[in-house]
Structures are given as C-alpha cells and as structure tokens.
Write a protein that binds this ligand. Structure first.
Ligand SMILES: *Cc1c(COP(=O)(O)O)cnc(C)c1O
Length: 362
C-alpha cells in the first residue's frame, strides 16, 4: 500500500528527509547485522559508539570546527539550555549580555534571572512585537558571553549576519536554523539546538561548547546539569537519547553526501523562502509579519485579512495535503516552516495554493 505523505510545514517536530526515514525503516529491525534494532542495542556497544562518533565528526566537518569544540547530545531540549548556560558559565560578580528577539530569548533571560545570575538585555525588539532583529547594539566588553537566538521560530525573524561583540563569545540558540546555512564558527563559544526542528526527532539537544567556556563550569552544579560531565564521557555519562543521536547521524550524512554540504543547503533554502515571500510581496491579501531585512528563511509568518480567512486557509490547505500552516498559538496568523527537509517542490505547491486561495477569496 503506498504511504500517503503530506507536504509538511510543521514548526517542530517537523519534516525529516525522506531518504533518512527510509533508511531508518529499512534498518529498524536489524541494525548493521546486529540482529537488533538501534533502539535495542547497548549504548556501550561498538554499534552505538560508531554512530555517536560519526555524528560528532560530521557535525564538526559541516561547520568547519576543530577539536576545541566539543559536541554533546543532551536531553531536556533547548529549554534546559536556558538554565544550563548561565549555571555553568556565570560565576558570582560576572554578567552576560542577552539580545531579546522573541519568545524563546525571553525565556532564556527569565531562566538566567531565576538562577539569580546577572543578565543585561543589550537590545530588544519587543517594542514592535519582535518583528525585527535589532542592529547597532552596544555590547558589554566584559560580558562572559552574549546570548542570541539565531532564528525566531515564532516571530519569523532571523539574524541575516551575526553581530560583532568585540571578542565576547556568542552563545546561540540555533534550534530552528541549525545546519540550514554555513557560518563562521569562530565567534561562537556555545551553540545549541533542539533537534526536532531541523536535524532529528524530539528528545535530543545538540550542544557545541568550546573548551575555553567548558572550563568555566565550577561550584555546586548537579552532575547531570554540568557540561563537563557529558564532555568527559562523550555524552554517555548516563544513557543518551540513542535513537535521536542515530537519526541526527543519518541527517548529517544526508547533508554531506546527498545535499552536498551547507552551501548547497543554503542555496535551496534561499530559493524556498524567495518562492513564498514573492507571493506575499506581490499580494495585498497576504501580509508578512516580519520586517523585510529581518525575515526568516525557515519560518515564513504571514496574516490574511481576517481570522476567519486564516482558519479557512489552514483547513483548505490541509484538504490539499499541505499541513502545519497554523501560526503559533501565541501570535495567531499563519506560518510555513520550511526547514531543510521540506522540499522546493512542496514549497512550490504551497505557493500555487496561496495564489489560488487569494484569487478565490481576495
Ligand atoms: C522550539 C524552540 C525552543 C524550545 O525547544 P525545546 O527543545 O522544546 O525545549 C527553543 N528555542 C527555539 C529557537 C525554538 O525554536
């Protein structure tokens, strides 16, 4: 029986590359001739060792990072990192800068303050409901790190270029655009990404931390919340999220061997975003919610003339096999999440649907 698959525009958990899902399916009952599923082998086995080591090597290679960057696979999602970062990196009397560009950045700030850490909001776009990325920011040169959210999943904005902090390491929540485009890793001391947006299933968060920041963790930090615990054991201090790590490994292999690396991925992602934004810009029916120079290539957020029409849009789209187009419950409207695994073909089908819907209802 042929499997019906939709054009998936979910924000997260989200689409995964079909060849990756097929490879998982084909090897699910007998992983590498082990006679077991990847979900059944020991994390202390050679089978799993090969998986996790290959995932680390591929992540470093894709991002052109050397071995001073430790790649960890942790649980608790990106949300756990909101607490782990200040807990591990900030000592008494030290301060960190945060740029507040939306819902997730706000949560990261709240979490640091809950721990009674000193946090300075260096810039915020809250004055216009986070529809833009601030520029001309004055960073504190004494900050231990500067926290940014590279892509704002809910508000539909993204840093086009990363800010110059004058040497203070960037700590970035890249949950919704990790591995979507190449970037210079040097300014980054820490990068984290919940896998379920762009690189894998829910249940695993990739954390990349540079040795100079890794060394800062000190004091009474619970063992499981300390970066050094996980770095010292190659993410296997306790049982890691094995299936998630395995899926990430396959997605990295797909990126390297099928897509051809991050430059090639970026080129496709730019085309996909341009396809939808050109429909929005040519129309008075659809209104993009983000400022043009701050628009996200991953989450295209837009409004229709009324909430009734938005509801109808989402329903009729679903009837055409186009799923996941409802905006986040906190902002309403519509959102097309077009992560790496959403194909240009799916995006073109959506663009055509949008034009037809406008003709009928505009
Ligand atoms: C989804 C998301 C989060 C939350 O991720 P969890 O893994 O659910 O904790 C944090 N930051 C950004 C940018 C996100 O898109």
């Amino acid at each position: 029986m042929p499997t019906k698959r939709i054009h998936n525009f979910n924000a997260g958990p989200a689409a995964l590359p079909l060849p990756v899902l097929e490879e998982i399916q084909a090897s699910f009952l007998n992983f590498n001739n082990s006679g077991m599923s990847i979900t059944e082998v020991s994390h202390r086995s050679k089978w799993f060792d090969d998986v996790i080591n290959d995932a680390v090597i591929r992540i470093r290679r894709l991002l052109k990072m050397d071995e001073t960057y430790q790649v960890l696979f942790l649980q608790g999602g990106a949300s756990m990192q909101f607490a782990m970062i200040p807990m591990n990196l900030l000592r008494d009397g030290e301060s960190a800068d945060y740029v507040n560009t939306g819902t997730w950045a706000t949560k990261a700030i709240q979490e640091a303050r809950l721990l009674e850490k000193t946090v300075r909001v260096a810039a915020s776009s809250e004055d216009r409901n986070f529809c833009y990325i601030p520029d001309k920011i004055e960073f504190d040169p004494k900050a231990i790190y500067t926290h940014i959210t590279s892509n704002n999943t809910i508000k539909g904005t993204q840093w086009a270029a990363y800010p110059n902090t004058g040497g203070v390491p960037l700590a970035a929540d890249m949950s919704s655009d990790f591995m979507s485009r190449p970037f210079d890793a040097k300014p980054f001391g820490l990068i984290y990404a919940g896998a379920q947006k762009n690189i894998g299933p829910a249940g695993v968060c990739v954390v990349i931390i540079r040795d100079d920041l890794l060394k800062r963790a000190s004091g009474n930090i619970p063992t499981m919340l300390k970066y050094t615990t996980h770095a010292a054991k190659n993410s296997m201090y306790n049982t890691p999220p094995c299936f998630g790590v395995y899926t990430i490994q396959l997605v990295m292999k797909w990126l390297e061997e099928s897509v051809g690396g991050l430059e090639a991925m970026d080129a496709v992602n730019q085309k996909k975003a341009a396809c939808l934004y050109s429909v929005i810009d040519a129309s008075r029916f659809y209104k993009g919610t983000a400022d043009k120079d701050s628009r996200s290539l991953m989450n295209v957020t837009f409004r229709l003339p009324s909430e009734d029409l938005e509801k109808q849009f989402v329903q009729e789209a679903m009837a055409e096999n186009l799923g996941g187009l409802k905006g986040h419950r906190s902002v309403g409207g519509c959102r097309a999440s077009i992560y790496n695994a959403t194909t240009l073909e799916s995006v073109q089908v959506l663009a055509d649907f949008m034009k037809t819907f406008e003709r009928k209802n505009g």
